[in-house]
Design a protein around this ligand. Sequence first.
Ligand SMILES: NC(=O)c1ccc[n+]([C@@H]2O[C@H](COP(=O)([O-])OP(=O)(O)OC[C@H]3O[C@@H](n4cnc5c(N)ncnc54)[C@H](O)[C@@H]3O)[C@@H](O)[C@H]2O)c1
Length: 320
Amino acid sequence: MVERILVTGGAGFLGSALVTRLVGLGHEVIVLDNGYRGSISRLNSIFSRIEYLEGDIRDKETVINAAAGCDTIFHLAFINGTKYFYEKPELVLDVGLKGALNSLEAAEKHKVGTYILASSSEVYQQPENIPTSENERAIIPNVLNPRFSYAGGKLISELLTLNYLRNKNIREIIFRPHNIFGPNMGNEHVIPEIVSKLRIASEKWSLKHAEIEIQGSGEETRAFCFIEDAIDQLVALYDKGSKGEIYHIGIDKEITIKSLIKEIARILDIDVSCRQTTLKSGGTTRRCPDISKIRSLGYIKEDNFLQGLKTTVSWYKSAL
Ligand SMILES: NC(=O)c1ccc[n+]([C@@H]2O[C@H](COP(=O)([O-])OP(=O)(O)OC[C@H]3O[C@@H](n4cnc5c(N)ncnc54)[C@H](O)[C@@H]3O)[C@@H](O)[C@H]2O)c1
């Protein structure tokens, strides 16, 4: 069934890929974004087929007007990017709280059928169990550390969503993405940062060996999920997810940062060595999601990590 769908933060990395897919599936899509980190150019190929509203999620009237006549709201607008958590924690929380409240009020006012919130794997900080299921305890280890402004904003958004909509006739679903990557993801992520360091250390690719500095020992792990796989999972969740449930979006293959660097260097045909530094306070040493819940909705695709990494690294090699 064709739906009218509002995607907040739809000019962002994840949002623009989601919007592109939803348009491809025949839905009517409205994007609300203030361009803080997003870029309209990500939507170039489908711009004539969407309604684009430039506006701030913190402005209640703007959000309520944007959601008029909608069947579904995907609420993605948020201040993402680790440097902002440390440098602008008050902004992260302002956008987080007001964005959740305004989009929930819009959902209730327009009686949408479905409200989907983007949360994050950051709510676990240092998970006690790997792979980590959605039942893992969520935690803010230290309210004095501004890094936790992001996880705090996500946890409050989750609480607001679940408690405001629990007894309403709206299917509320939360997803917690785990390290989604792809071309044009912004520069404040581990993969673009590694490509950038290799570019500098290899003197713009002229040397075949490069030594780069890394945060931590390099034994820290993540599980990276290519954007197209993440969007397949999001569509499965939108089609079949249940009211009041939380789902991981990601891939359950853990890789150390050192191995990731080696893999990227191999793609770039560079021999690399790493110099270790201390991990930033609040940094997580291990992360890998259990994705059996999203698989149970019918998501059975192979993961495209290696092919996705090649595509992404090549994109950044020519963009940086
Ligand atoms: N990419 C990941 O791996 C990942 C992991 C965990 C969680 N998430 C969450 O998924 C969502 C999308 O992530 P992303 O990677 O696309 O991030 P992104 O920064 O690319 O996208 C966020 C979008 O929100 C917009 N925005 C920010 N403040 C706004 C405001 N006040 N009003 C309107 N729009 C505003 C930005 O301009 C941007 O386009 C976010 O909520 C993010 O926290 C992403």
